[in-house]
Write a protein that binds this ligand. Sequence first.
Ligand SMILES: [Zn+2]
Length: 288
Amino acid sequence: MTIPATAFDPPLTACPLCGSTAIAAHDHDYRGARIARCRACGVRFMNPQYTDAYLAEYYATYIQEELESPERKARRLAHKTANVAALERFMAPGRFFSIGCGDGLELQVAKARGWQVEGYDVDPVTTARVAKKVGATVYTGDLFALPLECGAYDCVYLDQVLEHPKNPGDYLRLCHRLLRPGGVLYIGVPNIASAASTFKSALGKAGLKKRRGKHYDTFHHLFYYAPSTLPRLLESRYGFRVERVMGDPKPRAKPSVIGRAWDAVVRRVPMLDSSFAVIARPVKGASK
Ligand SMILES: [Zn+2]
């Protein structure tokens, strides 16, 4: 059950997102993964992190669900539709680039709503299938070496992506380059500061949890963001102006008057939700 020591790089001595060397041990999980916290920007991250070889092997066997129940598909469709509708409050449909587009559902949703869509993901077999299904360009390979047009996109979209890579700062710099002035960055990430996660962390530290730190999901999540950390980093280090921080716009599984009212509350109070979304625009010419 414990992760082998060979799966890890040497420990990081500086925060990968802000560069500060003021990093401290914060928590660990039941498999032996260690979580650090940057005292400067507040972001938590696995430290040491997995080796590239370990991650390559993990993602090689990370097969996306192709057979899902109609109920689950309908829920995901409603979720993606809500996400795209939320960002459309800040940007009319134009060029849309989804990094980590998975099975392409959000590309289909955005295309149907009038966006010109392109995507990127790591698995060449899946991306070829998604490109055909959606009728769009879906890139694979080295994200940072793609022939993408800079300053050309109206929206760059990363939903449940930024917690995975070892270099999230490179992703944010790429987003800044790709967006046109006034364009919109949409980021959805798990919320490590949600009420539920905070409670689970406290139970773990008190020794009251069988699988301590399970909510960090260290099988493939390396960074742990909060509404108090990521938006501030976007503004202070990555040249964005944050327009909105909200609980994930997903609708409840069973719509009802109470469910819809709760959705509205969660959007305004991100700590109530297990993930949150940030909408930001690049400040062109800003240092980054
Ligand atoms: Zn930091």
